[in-house]
Design a protein around this ligand. Sequence first.
Ligand SMILES: [Fe+2]
Ligand SMILES: [Fe+2]
Length: 255
Amino acid sequence: MKILAVGDIVGDAGTEMFLSNIEQIKRQYAVDFCIVNAENASSGNGITRRKAEMLLSGGADVLTLGNHTFRQKEAAALLMNNQRVLRPLNYPQGTPGRGAAVYRVGNVKIGVVNAMGRIYMDYMDCPFRGIDKALKNMQADLIFVDFHAEATSEKISMGWHLDGRVTALFGTHTHVQTADEWVLPKGTGYITDLGMTGPVYSCLGVKKEITLERFINCIPKRFEFADGKCMLCAAVFTVDETTGKTLSVERICIR
Ligand SMILES: [Fe+2]
Ligand SMILES: [Fe+2]
């Protein structure tokens, strides 16, 4: 089987880039299932119900989130009502929504887990223990983990922690694609960061004039997403659903 994982969708421009390219990508790579990180899909960061529905009806099978999960007021209701939207599982107990779920494609059960790192990020429960706990209860043929984290060291360590226990682990959050896709020794597909799906002439999706003002004059301004020409960053995992292992990983970046 082929599973496509798409990096952080940024704003309206990123959403449009996803919607206008996904059918072609799915055909070209014969994709069976598509996981999309949508934590920046709303123009004010986070996600709205409308954006979630656009992405899910436009080609995504599951949406994962990150540190911007609760940026929009309606996010809690969305998470409670839509089983196809996941938030990091290591929010404190009692937080609305779920961080892991199992979906069916034909006879194959696909588990998806979303967790967030703790290095240079918000305070969260331990993602290592959190994922261990989720895996204990998960009945699935294939398991994919979106580890939404800043530090490469934390992501690589998570890769080693999960090698042989999940089908693949991909990182999100930095919006910059890494060139380290491979299959770990015990069969777990890995890439430190998928990169973003959003505006090319920007700083991680934000208007470059705003970030430059911050860095050069130290004057903070409200972040606004850029628009114009976009890129779509993703990875395709070719997997064996009988063993639950990854056979190969291919990085995609369309501009
Ligand atoms: Fe993030
Ligand atoms: Fe992001």
